[in-house]
Design a protein around this ligand. Structure first.
Ligand SMILES: [Zn+2]
Length: 135
């Protein structure tokens, strides 16, 4: 894992969705990069978001790509509440794929995959989304 993306992957240990924000333009910056995708500024900081968003698109995957993530599972594009132009490619959990609706409100939840067997011991948490509980 590159250092400039570590806080995003480690925020889940505290139940926090942590995303880069630019000090120059105030825009959210995801996926993490060394420079702001809006204005090229290197003045990026980390901010804790609400973890809420809405579904912009999804697909049901019938093929198992990752150990511990059995098919079928839902791959979704989630627009973040603080800035819907910033989206996460993620999985939807806790819902029957037939019940998913465009624009439905979702809330982040984290899973920690089995650590890779490479001795690096990265503390990685995957941000997944589940239907939001009420307004
Ligand atoms: Zn910027």
């Amino acid at each position: 894992m590159a250092d400039h993306e570590r806080p995003f992957w480690e925020g889940g240990a505290r139940g926090e969705l942590v995303v880069q924000r630019c000090r120059e333009c105030g825009g959210l910056n995801h996926p993490p990069t060394m420079r702001c995708r809006h204005d090229g500024s290197a003045e990026l900081e980390w901010t804790v978001l609400s973890g809420r968003g809405h579904v912009e698109g999804w697909t049901v995957n019938q093929h198992q790509w990752l150990p511990g993530v059995p098919a079928p599972y839902v791959v979704a594009l989630v627009a973040l509440a603080e800035d819907p132009s910033t989206r996460l490619l993620t999985n939807l959990v806790g819902i029957d794929p037939a019940e998913i609706r465009d624009g439905m409100e979702v809330q982040v939840t984290f899973v920690r995959p089995e650590p890779p067997d490479d001795g690096l011991d990265d503390d990685v948490w995957l941000p997944l989304f589940a239907p939001a509980a009420g307004p």
